[in-house]
Design a protein. Sequence first.
Length: 329
Amino acid sequence: MTETASTPLVAAADIDAAARVVAPFAVRTPLLTFPVLDERIGTKVFLKPEMLQRTGSFKFRGAFNKLASIPLAQRSGGVVAFSSGNHAQGVAAAAKILNMHATIVMPADSPLTKRDRTKSYGAEVVLYDRDRDDREAISNDIARRRGATLVRPYDDPFVIAGQGTAGREIAEDMAALGLVPDIVVAPASGGGLIAGVATAVKAKFPQSQIVVAEPKGYDDHALSLKAGHREAHPVAARTICDALMAMMPGELTFAINSKLLANGVSVSDEEVGAAVAFAYRELKLVVEPGGAVGLAALLAARIDAKGKNVVIVLSGGNVDAELFAKLVA
């Protein structure tokens, strides 16, 4: 999985290989349609519900593919990951299946439900201050001292290929329906999910437009796509989309996304909250704020969807109960 002049960083063949690795353990999530949503948007909308995935988000796909790639002789030191919650749970669950010790470095302000669920998989949780501490430095130090493998949340070819299995399923299911996914929308923090999804979808449907959705104030992918290079967003206030608070696109992921993505859209916390409430009330789906940004962009008319087949990736459902209650009240 290395890039040359003619070979991409992550190819469709890598995603095919990842699909064979994760298939016995991951959930193949369906494409869901809802008349109430189609009528509101005025076109056919397909939702990819990754909150139904093992651990409640797409992150299990990439985590398991990465951990499974570690040679048996190197597994005794365990793995270390840094995450606000979903990658943490994915790594912890994959480590449990593969009988490896997992240490997860998490921000102290991450939702309690994500911390508790990470621990429930048997992982050791190390907390840090999001505003003062360097999570990568902490993780690297732990990995060095323990001889552990660092599992990055997005800038890793095996992780990207694993996340790409969600896109592979989208392409297969749309093809089975005899339809072209004209627009595919997915959220991004570091960009691993959308890099994998874009690679898989465009391998089968090169005409598809892949759109990245982000919360306002954390729209570093949109800024970077416009600039033509990686660009950090200005220092911003907190967002309810705790899973999407990366400062800048990943180096590896942006090398892929800069070639494959059509554009980026952003939505406010209020619009995200409305999308979470709509999913719950009208669709009977529980989606976390970070997982609902694509749906929020669609509902807020940020996407020109009329007359097109639109696929929205709902990336996760690990929402704090107190916040969820406020959003759907």
